[in-house]
Design a protein around this ligand. Sequence first.
Ligand code: SF4
Length: 297
Amino acid sequence: MRKSCKKRKGKFSNGVNKTKIIISSNSGFCFGVKRALDIARRALRKRGTIYSFGPIIHNPQVVDGFSGKGLKIIKALKEIKSKKRYLLIPSHGISPDALRKKNISYIDTTCPFVSRVQKIVKDLREKGYFIIIVGDRKHPEVKGLVGMAGRNSCVLEDKKEAKNLNLKSKKAALISQTTATLADFKEILSEIGKKNFMELVSFNTVCKNTIDRQREAASIAEKVDTMIIIGGKNSANTSKLAKTCKMVNRNTHHIESRRDLKIKFLKDKKNIGIATGASTPPYAIDEVVNEIRRFDN
Ligand code: SF4
C-alpha cells in the first residue's frame, strides 16, 4: 500500500483491494505555497520568532506545524510584543495600509502571481478605471486588492451581483482573484459586458495552477462514484475546487483530513477520485488513501 501511495499522481489500484482510486496529478502544494513555506522556514531558522498577518497559508494542520516552530499569527500589529519585529506577508498578500508601519522588517512571501495582479490593479487605478474584482470579498487577497484599487472599485462574487451592479463610470476594468473559478469569471464578464460602458477591459488573472487543478478535478469527478476534495475549510481555492466538482458530481465531499472521511462517502463505491487545494500537504493525500484502503479491508 505504501508503494502505491508514493506513486501518488494518476490512477492506481493495488490489484487486491476493490476500490479504484484516481488522484489528480495537480494535487498537493502549488508553486506559490511551496515558495512561501520555504521562505518562512528559512526566516524562522534565522530569526526564531516571526509574526504573520493571518495564517501563512489556508491549511490549519500546516499552520499548526509552523506555530510550533515560532510563527505567531496576529490580526493587528499591536499584538507584536518583541522589540525586533519581523512580519511575514502571507502568499496571498495583504492590504498596503498594513505595510505603512515603521520599525518592522517585512518577510514577503506574496506569490508572484498575486503580485502581478496587484501591479495590474495599481496600473488601472493610475489610469482612472473603475476596477471590478471578481472574488470572495472576505478573502485576504481580495481585501489587499481592494486596498490597492481604492474607492473607485467593487467586488463581485457572482453573476447576480454583476447583474445588479449600477455604475456611473464609463471606463471599467475587470480582474479576478487568482483562485476564483474560470466559470465565475466568464459569467460575470458576460453580465458586465451587457452594461453601458464606453470602455471595458478585462484581465483573466485566475492563476494557471488554479485553472489546471479545476479542469483535471472536474474531469476526474465526471468519471467516479465519489469525489473527495482535501483542503482547509478556510481555503478559497479548495472550496472553489469542491464547488466545481459538485457541478458535475453531486457525491463530492470537501474534507480537511482523513478524520472527516465518513463511511457513507465510501460505501458501495467502486471508483473514488481525489483532488486537493493548493495549500494541502502531500501527506494528507497518503492519509486519506490509507483510510480508504482500511475501509476496503
Ligand atoms: S494558487 Fe496560484 S496564485 Fe495562489 S499561491 Fe498558488 S500559484 Fe500562487
